[in-house]
Design a binder for this molecule. Structure first.
Ligand code: GRF
Length: 194
């Protein structure tokens, strides 16, 4: 369980692999006086990730990790998280699967955002699969991370209607917009229970 101590903001790390638009909105949220988190570290599995620019602009420490050897990559990350006393991890487009060992060290303290109405459409290519199945609705889910892919406890979910002229690309765009809205809300819900 993640616990707030007094009025101190919670040291938070965001893990990315690419564009980083969720990171951008998490940074915006964390900067608010009323926000319970401070983003003190950004980890990227890709040194060319566009999202790293948000860490640079906002003067947040960042580290891009070579993931060729997963266990040594994770050990490096774990050391840094410990050194920086990170208490909450937000995965935001992080394209690597964390090991059991890693998750065990941060149980109940790792959030992920997924672009579907979980438990439906776990994994990749969600929008294409949603459209192929003629679903009426899709959306996004923020959930805790456990050892099974996209299967941890759901914290917050938002649903949108699929429009007649939607295609996977337009759906992706509309869902990304609601992701930026629900990730901060999910953190509030996790930490303040609202
Ligand atoms: C988001 O759609 C998120 O749900 C998924 O990866 C995408 C990341 O987008 N896990 P961004 O890098 O935050 O722009």
């Amino acid at each position: 369980m993640v616990k707030l101590i007094g009025s101190r903001k919670l040291n938070t790390a965001v893990f990315i692999s690419g564009r980083g638009s969720n990171l951008k909105f998490l940074i915006k949220y964390a900067k608010k006086k009323t926000s319970p988190i401070e983003i003190i570290l950004v980890i990227s599995s890709n040194k060319f990730a566009k999202g790293l620019s948000y860490a640079k602009i906002n003067k947040i420490n960042f580290l891009s990790i070579n993931y060729k050897n997963k266990s040594s990559a994770e050990n490096k990350i774990l050391k840094l998280l410990q050194k920086k006393q990170v208490k909450l991890i937000c995965l935001a487009g992080f394209m690597k699967i964390l090991s059991k060992k890693f998750i065990g060290k941060f149980e109940g303290k790792i959030l992920n955002i997924h672009p579907s109405l979980l438990p439906k459409y776990k994994g990749l290519k969600t929008h294409q699969r949603v459209m192929d199945n003629n679903e009426k609705y899709s959306g996004s889910t923020v959930h805790l991370v456990n050892n099974r892919l996209d299967s941890g406890k759901i914290i917050l979910q938002k649903k949108i209607k699929i429009l007649k002229n939607d295609n996977p690309a337009s759906l992706k765009k509309r869902i990304l917009k609601i992701e930026h809205e629900i990730y901060p809300k999910a953190i509030n819900k996790l930490l303040f229970n609202y």
